[in-house]
Each structure stands twice: as C-alpha cells, then as structure tokens.
Design a protein around this ligand. Structure first.
Ligand code: M6R
Length: 608
C-alpha cells in the first residue's frame, strides 16, 4: 500500500526522498510525489505512474531544501491521477501532508469543508487532512492534537508547515510509521527498508502516537500532546539485504535465499545441542499453554496457505484441533474464543490490517496470543505475547516466497513445542529435528533443477489462459500457493484444488492441452492423486508434476516432471513449493511482466 518518507537534516532532501521512495516501491503504488520546504515556501512535485516519471520531473525542476516529505500512492479515494497524488496541500499552500490509510468520515468532512467555502482540488481524503490542519492556528504539533479527534478511520500521516519549516510532524492510527534517528538528520517512513541506508536506530510509533522530528532529535507524544517514552531500537538488518545482489529480480533472489532463511529459522529455536527445540525461545507462558484445548490460526493470502499446512502439523504432532480462518472473515463472524484457545496470527509484514484485527479479537477474549512474523517490532509483534520470528530477512518481492517457507518451519516448530508441553514427545522428535537441519540441503537440491525444465513448463502453462493445480493432504495448500504465485505475477488464471474434489466440478474445464500441475511427491495418498491425473489425462490435459525423480506411475502420465528430493512427509510442502515458485517466476519473465511489482498488488495490505 502507500509508502511514506520524510526527511529533516542538512542534506538536500530531494535525492534522499527519491531514494526512500525507490525502496518503498515494492509496497505497490500507482502515482508518486514529494514536497520540499525551501525559501519559496512548500514546493510540490507529483506524477502519475511509476517513480521514474517523478524522477524525470525532479531532474528538470530543482527543489532546494533540507526538509521534505515523499509518497507513493496506491489509489483508494479517486483515480491514480496527478491531482490525486500526494502530497496534498491546504487552501493557503502552507501545510502539506502525505497519508496512508482511509478516512471513514470522508464524506462528512468533505461536506463540512465545502460548506465552509473550501475549494477541493482532488478526490482524496488526504486533502481534507491538509485543510483541517491549515484552518487551525499555532504550532503544527498543537494543530495535529486538535485535528486528531476529528479523524475517523485508519491513517498514518506526515505533515509539514511553512510556520515551522524545520520540522515534520508524523502521527498514526493503524498503518505503521517508523522514525529513524540519524547523524544530524531524522527520518520517518512506512517501513524500515526506506531508512536502512541512512540509519538503523529507529522508533516504531504506537497507535495514537505523534512524533515531532527536528534536526536535533525526535520527540514522541500521545494523542493528547503529552510526551511519552519510546525506546530507540537498533536494527540488525543491513541495507545490503534489501538489494538485489546480482539477481535480475528480488523474487528470484528471495527464492534462492530460502535455504539460508530456513536454516536460520530452525537454528533460532533449537537447544544448545541442536537435538531438540528450545521451548523458552518461543516466549510462551507454559502454564497458559497447558490449558490450551484448541488452536486458531488467522492470516491472509500466502500466510493463510502456510496456516493450512500448520493445521496438519499441529493436529498431527500435538493432537490439538486447529481451525484456520481468513483474518478478513474471522474478524466479522463473532467467533467462539476463550482462554483455552491459542490464537496465532501468521504474517510476514506484521502489518496486515485484517490479521491485526483478528488477533485483537483474541486479545480481548483473553486468549493466549502468539504471532509467527517476519518483522520484529511490527504491530503484530507488539500485540502478541509470544512471538516466533521467521528469519527470512527483508522480503521485497510482492509475491511472498522465503517468508512462506520460513512460516512453515515456524509452524512445525510450534507443533513440536505444543507436543512437548502436552507430554507427547518421544524419540521421533529428535529424528524430525535432525531432518529439519538437513532441510536447507534439500532446498538447495530443489533449486538446482536445470532451467531447461522450466522453459518446457512455461510452454505448457502459457498454452492456456487457465490452469489447475492439484494436491492432496498437506500438499493441497501447496497447490493453492502455486496457483496464487502464478496469478499474482503472470496474470494467468490458475486454481488450486484438492485432487479428490476435481470430479465435483473443475474437471469440466479440462480439454486438449489444458495445463494441470500436480504436487505429487511420494505419500500414502499418491495413488489416489494418480487416479485423478489419469482422469484429466484421458480428457487431453497436459500434466506437469512435481515429484521425486523416477516416481513410479508418473512417467507415463506426466508431460514433464520437475524433480524434488525425497524428504520426510512433513517437509514435503517445503521442497515442493520451490518448483512452483520458479515456474511462476519463469512464466512472468517470459511474458515480460513486472515480477517484483505486479499490477494492482501491494506488498502489505495495511487497510481493509
Ligand atoms: O504480510 P502478510 O503475510 O500478513 O501478508 C499477507 C498477504 O497479503 C500476502 O501473503 C499476499 O498474499 C502476498 N502477495 C502473497 O504472495
């Protein structure tokens, strides 16, 4: 969703703002803009489309000044035009704001300002904030405090004013904002990737916080304008981890980072001898855990697919019933919740609005609340009482890859932890822990498949506008994930289905050359899946199977087999998803599409 950057310092603001915006591009956007406070007051540049359009304008229109704000906009209120791009200014041109979120009382505020004679120049809710601030008097911080009670909804805003041209005021209710303390310069951004090249010392603002940034430092206030203490944290992510590192796309780099990401996640939760898990590392209160009778997993998108696999892990190993819900549905369905239900929000970003709302339900019901999350200090991280950090590092490609595989590992470790708490652990756990430590090697092997196989896979998939991905058991979520990857970055329609359900409808789609992708490694249910494949084959389907080399019965059925190593059944979801990620990647590259920033998508969905 929208990206925000703000800078107060001694260097020219424009190049710093543009660099910050470049690093926020992955969040998804359709227009961009910046404002700088200089001798001529606040000057604004905005452009439709990609950042390069704004950059071209910036080269032709020097905007001197050492204080500024910038924005990438993902359109909500109004089309992605230049007039609707941010920053938006008030009627006098003395206040400029950038905003991420949605004002729910937009219509009422718009009507009120219009009847007060304010001429609106955009369709945005953001412009209303600029006018409200512009119509107040006094220092910007005081104006913000007076305007805040008038704003309903979710917002993260950074404002600047000609009355105090050396400072920025940032405030949030919902979408994240992080402020960075550099050397004689202060920054604010939607996420840390935009700050890393200038500082790793950051403060994550809480809901309702207001931060005033001046060259000399940052002061944080509550919504009433009273100073509050917020610790500065030093991040261990460095800027290089958010670079492409020689790969053509972030997605490809992140696919190849999976062995390391998985290794780091496994090792973070093992005991000193690496023979079992270190249960203290999870941060669970063991007494609370002993009382748990069921588990509720909530998430969106790819993280929801990870939860579907997590259900198999927890039910099989810890013998606890698990429900998996889309967070966006769960939050509105008055779920049954109490102290006996462990609620786990699974989220790469830790900022997905629906996942946070679903977790908040759990918190209010007194349920033990945990998160599997990739961003330390994110909103989910701070909301949960127990946290499992997936050690994937920054994930920039919009299509999630390494976050997914590390989520699977984290959920498997959680299942082992619950198993231990319930006294069910035995010698087999040690063997599984050993296999987990060998998993990075298996992932390397899965990544080593020759490109030629993917070229044939691309031909097979691109022969049709639709395809079907089939799997069974814990590989059905992998079929869903493979289909989602293809849809997201290639814009080709694909559906994931449990093999056994195919005869109940989707088989009607199959005709000559219709692509069917089968997630078919060795499992007790493989014979059943082969039966499904024979049925689609008989109707002319072209079959691409992911299975261990030489899989009996598949040779004569499949047009193409992408081999994966033969691993423990619990680890099959991890090795089989890799070829599906690479297949989607190769299709999108072949079609000449923007792999890392697919149209209409945002990396993290911070509003409903
Ligand atoms: O940050 P989160 O894990 O909470 O994000 C959830 C989804 O928005 C995300 O997984 C989305 O589906 C990705 N684009 C998938 O590739």
């Amino acid at each position: 969703m929208c990206g925000i950057i703000g800078y107060v310092g001694t260097h020219q603001a424009v190049p710093i703002l543009l660099e910050g915006l470049r690093r926020l591009e992955y969040r998804g956007y359709d227009s961009a803009g910046l404002a700088v406070a200089g001798h001529a007051g606040i000057q604004i540049l905005r452009a439709e489309g990609k950042l390069v359009n704004l950059e071209e304008k910036a080269y032709g229109t020097p905007l001197p000044g050492v204080v500024g704000i910038g924005h990438t906009r993902w359109a909500t209120h109004g089309a992605p035009t230049e007039a609707n791009a941010h920053p938006q200014v008030d009627a006098t041109g003395t206040v400029a704001v950038v905003h991420n979120g949605i004002l729910e009382n937009y219509a009422a505020l718009r009507a009120e300002l219009r009847s007060a004679g304010v001429e609106l120049s955009s369709d945005t809710d953001t412009e209303l904030i600029a006018h409200l601030l512009g119509r107040e008097e006094g220092p910007l911080l005081e104006r913000v405090v007076r305007v805040l009670p008038r704003l309903e909804g979710q917002y993260a805003v950074v404002a600047m004013s000609t009355n105090a041209p050396d400072e920025l005021v940032a405030f949030r209710q919902g979408p994240p904002l992080v402020v960075g303390a550099g050397d004689g310069e202060m920054l604010v951004a939607s996420d840390v990737t935009a700050l890393l090249s200038r500082t790793r010392r950051v403060i994550f603002l809480e809901h309702g916080d207001i931060a005033r940034l001046g060259r000399g430092g940052i002061t944080v206030f509550d919504a009433g304008g009273h100073p509050v203490d917020r610790p500065i944290e030093t991040l261990d992510w460095d800027a290089a981890r958010a670079e492409k590192g020689g790969y053509r796309h972030f997605m490809l780099k992140e696919i190849h980072e999976q062995p390391d990401a998985v290794r780091n996640t496994v090792l973070a939760y093992l005991d000193a001898e690496r023979r079992g898990i270190n249960i203290e590392g999870f941060g669970f209160d063991p007494h609370r855990l002993e009382k748990i009778r069921r588990v509720q997993l909530v998430a969106c998108g790819t993280s929801w697919h990870a939860c579907l696999v997590g259900k198999f892990y927890i039910e099989r190993l810890a013998r606890l019933p698990v429900d998996v819900d889309y967070a966006s549905e769960y939050r509105y369905r008055d779920p049954l919740l109490g102290h006996e239900t462990l609620v786990i929000g699974v989220t790469q970003s830790g900022e997905t609005a629906d996942t946070l709302a679903a977790m908040e339900l759990g918190r209010r019901a007194g349920a033990p609340l945990a998160t599997v999350c990739n961003v330390r200090s994110s909103s989910a991280w701070r909301l949960a009482e127990a946290r499992l950090l997936t050690q994937a590092g920054p994930e920039i490609g919009v299509a999630s890859t390494k976050a997914f595989t590390t989520q699977l590992v984290a959920l498997l470790l959680t299942a082992l932890a619950l198993r231990r708490v319930r006294g069910l652990d035995d010698a087999r756990d040690g063997e599984l822990v050993a296999q987990l430590q060998r998993l990075p090697l298996a992932l390397e092997e899965a990544l080593g498949v020759p490109d030629e196989l993917y070229r044939r896979g691309v031909d097979l998939i691109t022969a049709s506008a639709d395809s079907l991905y089939l799997g069974r058991g814990m590989l059905y979520p992998i079929a869903l994930e493979g289909a989602l990857k293809l849809k997201e970055i290639s814009y080709l329609h694909a559906e994931g289905y449990p093999g056994g359900e195919m005869k109940h409808g989707p088989i009607a789609l199959v005709d000559d050359g219709f692509p069917v992708v089968a997630v078919a490694p060795r499992t007790p249910a493989r014979e059943k899946l082969l039966g499904n494949l024979r049925e689609v084959r008989a109707r002319g389907a072209a079959i691409l199977a992911v299975a261990e080399a030489g899989a009996a019965g598949l040779d004569e059925l499949a047009d193409l087999i992408v081999p994966v190593p033969d691993v423990d059944p619990l680890l099959q979801p991890l090795v089989t998803v890799v070829p599906l990620q690479l297949l989607a990647y190769n299709v999108a590259v072949e079609l000449g599409l923007d792999v890392d920033q697919p149209r209409n998508l945002a990396k993290s969905v911070t509003v409903e």
